[in-house]
Write a protein that binds this ligand. Sequence first.
Ligand SMILES: [Mn+2]
Length: 337
Amino acid sequence: MFSKIFSKAHSSNVVHFNSRYFSAIKRHAHILGYPFAGGQGRQGPELSPGWLFEQPWIQPRDGLTLEMIDVSNPSSNITPDKSIVHGHRFGQKNWNNVLHSCQKLEEATESTLLKDHFPIVFGGDHSQGIGSINGLKNVYPDARVLWVDAHIDANTPLSTPSGNVHGCPVGYLSGLFPYVKKPVLSLKHLIYFGIRSWEPEEKQLVDDNQIPWFRSEDCLVERMDEIKASVEAHMFPDGVKVPYWISFDIDGVDYHEFQSTGTPESLGLTIKFMLKFLEVFLPESVGMDFTEVNFLMSQGEQTEKDKETIKFLLEYIIDKIHQQDFKYNHSNYPKNQ
Ligand SMILES: [Mn+2]
């Protein structure tokens, strides 16, 4: 398809390319603010998108737009939920709110991708993955998911000790526990980075399904070529590449480098590694989650330092999206794969 368009442009000496098929078009980042905290028990994650949207450095401009999702009961993170299933240890707190809000996020993610824009879903807690990745899969059913996190996030109402849905998105997306949506994520199409805290059932799941996971100590900038090669060998065994989605929980980063998050853990990824990771995988991704930022979890100078880190990371991400060649967009993506 490309060669046909380019040969036509050459023969007439006039560049009449259809921008849909032009592989070096400047990409457009669309930030979806998801001010939702009901997937966990702390106040704070619901405030982060509002903070972000007020920052002078993130204001809409050429190639960047912002949209706030209208979630239900953003701060109702301690509401008892009548949908808890009896017989399970705790069930799922706020399930109705989670599901209702994720439905809106799913629609917004899908429509962003259908416009060939790059959604950055800025939460909010990681229950958002249920909405964003369902939206992703409506457009790119075969997309692979890179899950950057301290946690496996594959609990179900049967295994979660807390009942917090932010520890369960992979469990729902992959069909470990039934809910109103069909399973969309094959465990063969998932790789973890930085995990170091889990329930026994989750670790069993990772082992039984041989889901690759990169420990923080192996996530070194100088090993990135090796990491990329093994990601590709696992994700694309037949040699045909398809797009990634990056689900980035900031608690994947080491506590010593970032503290404004609800469940900080030491022995995590470095910011330096994350920059390399984003440089390597963003060009082949169609969108991402950026979750679990909670500035109420830190104080004073640390909060200011963490705000600078978010600014640095987001500006880096937006730059990388804008610099890259347009490897995947909905309009030129082969259908019926
Ligand atoms: Mn998470």
